[in-house]
Design a protein around this ligand. Structure first.
Ligand code: SF4
Length: 585
């Protein structure tokens, strides 16, 4: 039995304002940490068939055995039942969250129940406080909430502050949880689950130190990882331009969804490119804890104060590829100033940027096609590129003054089921699409990944390698590649490795790193654990009503040619069937 694992689990009951800690050593020995342990805790603690916005749902945060020991092993996995898809909710974020949770002495935190009045949790090591958060409810900005809690809350050591904005309070099903500044548990509505529990924020601080079993091996593995991370050209790219460098690459390939995928490339891609932003707007780069790469790019947004001449408010706004896609080209926004205002708004209100952008893009096309009346939009007429109107609509999605905005606050599937336009409602498995119209593997990945995220199995990468090859991709070859990748990613996210470091954390180095905390696995054993975790996730999804046979394919993705030619419905359908057989086997 390894004594070097963060195996304490903190259980918090918001209904009774009680907490307890249990050592769940067996879970960490078997499932490592992160996503593996979180899946088991979700299966144990979430009531079957629970209302995602009711007391039977739980929030699990889990970290891994390499946190606080190795660089780029500092993500936290959050797991819950998603109010957006009705099944598995899983989202990852960095910042200082993982480092703080482990430093406080925990490998996982399970939060259940519903508080009678708004609270925030302050977890200082083994002391847990339920603080009154009534004064923070309805505050305009997540940044303000974070700053006030930071100033008022005692506690030295490493500290994280995870909090929701108005979107979470108002139960927008794609509300995010903001951690520190510029990091998010973005997808699948963790913010709404917090809101439903009247939980405004969770602060964690601690001073505990992680230990290793073999110091000599630890130094060797650490040096190898650090050297590779600081010398790798692939990681240098994340530092220099960040993921924003993808804009021009995907535009050139004609795989950049533009104006709700009416086109696969954007005439103003240069303007919103990572290169242009770095040259004219980049002001700082910041990093998650224990990361030498610093891929988080911050631009300056300068806006004049009303009624004051030559007096400007300057705001730091983070940007990356996903934001530039969803709130840039997807909405036809070519003004960087306008795009930054939209990025700042999703941060302020705590909205998932990708779902927000795709929802607004659907609404624009629905208005163009006269499926929605002016009365329903409250007189607003969205037009491609008109960022001021999109800002107003975002505010209305948060406030939900009528049925139209209430449905937009639940995603494109729900809105299109009511108003029509399912053929251009770009959600796969209920989750709005990421910015990759690269070919069939990308879409199969969106449909079959346990989170319906591009990060599950990175099908877009498979497509990009195939461009120009005559043999093409078959359903079987797609499934073989995606399944293997998703299985290995279960291990990386159980260790809570940043996926940008996946080329550095190879099976060989992972096996050695695990030895330093007295966990001994072969590559084959790790792959078996990865497969088991993936199947357990599917067990939860199927138990909660997910059905492979009900996945909807919007005809828009088949009509617009991708870099791998026209995508065929049969290819996607056949691949979904094959994937279903694999995860159910
Ligand atoms: S590469 Fe970026 S996302 Fe990954 S750990 Fe470093 S700063 Fe965080």
């Amino acid at each position: 039995m390894s004594e070097f694992l963060p195996s304490n689990v903190l259980y918090v009951d918001l209904s009774k304002h009680l907490h307890k800690t249990e050592n769940r050593h067996e879970l960490f020995e078997e499932y490592i940490g992160g996503t593996g342990v979180a899946t088991q805790l979700l299966l144990e603690e979430c009531e079957k068939g629970a209302d995602p916005l009711g007391p039977g749902n739980v929030v699990v945060f889990a970290v891994g055995p390499l946190v606080n020991l190795y660089p780029m092993a500092s993500k936290t996995v959050a797991m819950f039942k998603s109010p957006h898809t009705g099944n598995l909710g899983e989202s990852h974020a960095g910042g200082r969250s993982a480092v703080a949770i482990r430093s406080a002495g925990y490998g996982a935190i399970v939060i259940k129940g519903v508080s009678e009045s708004p609270v925030y949790l302050a977890i200082h090591g083994d002391k847990v406080f339920f603080r009154d958060a009534s004064a923070y409810w309805d505050m305009e900005s997540t940044q303000t909430v974070g700053r006030i809690i930071r100033e008022n809350e005692p506690g030295s050591g490493v500290r994280t502050i995870m909090r929701i904005g108005k979107a979470g309070e108002k139960l927008v099903t794609y509300a995010s949880l903001v951690t520190e500044t510029y990091r998010h548990f973005g997808r699948l509505g963790l913010g709404a689950v917090f809101g439903s529990k009247r939980l405004k924020a969770v602060l964690v601080s601690g001073k505990k130190i992680a230990r290793v079993a073999d110091m000599r091996l630890y130094r060797e593995v650490y040096d190898t990882l650090f050297n590779q991370q600081t010398k790798s050209s692939a990681l240098q790219k994340y530092h220099d331009l960040g993921t924003a460098s993808n804009i021009l690459v995907l535009n050139e390939l004609k795989g950049l969804p533009t104006r709700n995928l009416k086109e696969p490339c954007f005439e103003d891609a240069e303007e919103i490119s990572g290169e242009n932003l770095a040259e004219k707007f980049l002001g700082r780069r910041v990093a998650c804890a224990h990361c030498p790469v610093a891929c988080i790019h911050l631009a300056t947004l300068r806006e004049p104060y009303v009624d004051e001449s030559y007096f400007y408010k300057t705001t730091w706004v983070s940007y990356d590829y996903e934001l530039l896609y969803a709130l840039g080209c997807m909405l036809g926004v070519s003004s960087v100033h306008g795009a930054l205002k939209l990025f700042d708004a999703v941060e302020k209100w705590g909205l998932d940027a990708m779902s927000t952008g795709v929802v607004l893009a659907w609404a624009t096309e629905a208005v163009e096609k006269e499926l929605v009346t002016k009365e329903e939009t409250l007189g607003i007429e969205p037009k491609w590129g008109d960022y001021e109107t999109y800002l107003k609509m975002m505010g209305l999605i948060v406030e939900q003054p009528n049925e139209f905005y209430k449905l937009l606050a639940r995603g494109v599937d729900k809105a299109a089921e009511r108003y029509g336009g399912l053929e251009f409602a770009l959600a796969m498995g209920g989750n709005e699409m990421a910015g990759y119209h690269t070919g069939p593997a990308g879409y199969v990945g969106f449909y079959t990944g346990a989170r319906h995220s591009h990060l599950d199995s990175a099908g877009y990468g498979v497509d990009q390698k195939e461009v120009g090859k005559t043999e093409g991709l078959t359903p079987q070859s797609i499934v073989d590649k995606l399944f293997k990748e998703e299985v290995w990613r279960q291990i990386l996210s159980s260790l809570v490795i940043c996926f940008f470091a996946r080329g550095v954390y190879t099976p060989d180095i992972v096996i050695k790193a695990l030895k330093t905390v007295d966990l001994n696995f072969s590559e084959e054993e790790l792959m078996k654990i990865g497969e088991k975790i993936l199947k357990e996730k599917y067990k939860f999804k199927l138990q909660e009503g997910f059905d492979f046979n009900k996945l909807r394919i919007p005809s828009k993705i088949l009509e617009i040619e991708s870099p791998n030619k026209t995508i065929k419905r049969e290819t996607i359908e056949e691949a979904i069937k094959l994937y279903a057989d694999r995860v159910k086997a």
